[in-house]
Design a protein around this ligand. Structure first.
Ligand SMILES: [Zn+2]
Length: 376
């Protein structure tokens, strides 16, 4: 039986980004409510664990003292130009009431997950309030202030663990990739929309790491319009072989749901069936998994995707057919008739023609330039 820990407390509900901002902290609460209503958080090794704020000494493993001071001060009304030069108070990263407390608590939830994996209290830990992969040591960016996933990788690596960081958010996981760009003890793999067409504009396939880290940074840019089968073609060609060859002790998994069709900020066309399939692949390697949320700006789709992810993590997902047995009523959607899983989307011939050549070229590049470094 897998020990699956869902990290959440109502303390997280006290904080909200400004109403006009696309990032909505309510998503985690709604995932919890759906899972509770379907009795998926109790029994069979499952538990809900409350986060605690990340301690300053932990935050300083990644962020500078100057940045942490500016963030805290700005959140208390002391915003200034120096803070803005670090991205704090920009349009993407506004200052809001309780900002510091929220960022530190949400990051602390991921840290708790890392600690529970280290102490063998969890095989899978999921923090839907995490995944702030764009934050830099001295930079707020892309709705992110404290980089919880980079912190988790650092904490795990410090304890001698080999870490595989996998990022399926539609945006390049730049903050984490560059944190470990010259290291081989944390391999980062990010699948994301082509950076020529989306923030943050980095994550091309030729960014493969440097020095000791050469070959340990993997980028899989995907063309606009990428659909399930094309995505899985790229995933299967790249991730399982590298995961097998690298043989990490632990997987950190950033599960942004903004690659789903219908996301208002991006242009991929996935259904959440892809996430279920990816998680099943990861579980087959029998490594502990620390999973986080991330982007996801169609709230209903994101909530359902994360609920599905949890049900797969804890072994409660029985595949597509049985999902029809659970009601859509709980999901507050009149158009949705099934369970957590999306309906498969039709793919046209022109869509295939527009997407597949680019994906095949990326796979070829990675096989030629990264695989040999790992004896593949
Ligand atoms: Zn994103």
């Amino acid at each position: 039986m897998r020990k699956a820990v869902f990290i959440y407390s109502s303390e997280l509900e006290k904080y909200e980004y400004p109403p006009e901002h696309p990032f909505n902290t309510i998503r985690a609460k709604r995932v919890l409510e759906i899972l509770e209503s379907m009795d998926l958080l109790t029994g069979a090794g499952r538990s809900v664990v409350a986060p605690k704020p990340a301690e300053r000494v932990v935050l300083k493993k990644f962020h500078t003292a100057r940045y942490l001071h500016a963030l805290k001060t700005a959140a208390r009304g002391g915003w200034n130009r120096e803070a803005l030069s670090m991205g704090i108070g920009s349009q993407d990263c506004p200052v809001f009431k309780g900002l510091y407390e929220y960022a530190v608590l949400a990051a602390g939830a991921t840290v708790v997950g890392a600690e529970m994996i280290l102490s063998d209290k969890a095989d899978v830990a999921f923090n839907p309030s995490g995944g702030y992969h764009h934050a830099g040591p001295e930079k707020a960016a892309g709705f992110c202030y404290i980089n919880d996933v980079a912190l988790a990788c650092l904490i795990l690596a410090e304890q001698g663990k080999k870490v595989l960081y996998l990022d399926v958010d539609v945006h390049h996981g730049d903050g984490v990739a560059y944190a470990f760009y010259d290291r081989s003890d944390v391999m980062t793999i990010s699948l994301h929309q082509n950076p020529r067409t989306l923030f943050p504009g980095t994550g091309f396939e030729d960014e493969i790491g440097t020095g000791q880290g050469k070959g340990y940074c993997v980028n899989v840019p995907l063309p606009v319009g990428t659909y399930d089968q094309a995505y899985m073609k790229a995933f299967k060609a790249v991730v399982p072989p590298l995961l097998g060859a690298y043989n990490p002790d632990v997987i950190v998994f950033e599960l942004g749901a903004d690659a789903l069709a219908g996301d208002p900020l991006a242009n991929l066309l996935l259904t959440n069936n892809v996430y279920a399939e990816i998680i099943n692949h990861l579980l087959s390697f029998n490594k502990p998994i620390l999973a986080t949320g991330g982007g996801g700006y169609h709230i209903g789709n994101t909530v359902r995707a994360w609920a599905l992810a949890w049900s797969v993590f804890c072994g409660a997902d029985s595949g597509e057919d049985l999902d029809l047995a659970v009601g859509g009523v709980l999901l507050e959607s009149t158009e949705w008739q099934g369970g957590f899983r999306d309906r498969r989307l039709a793919v046209s011939k022109s869509q295939r023609q527009a997407v597949l050549p680019a994906i095949e070229a990326t796979i070829k590049y990675i096989k030629a330039n990264i695989f040999p470094i790992h004896g593949l």
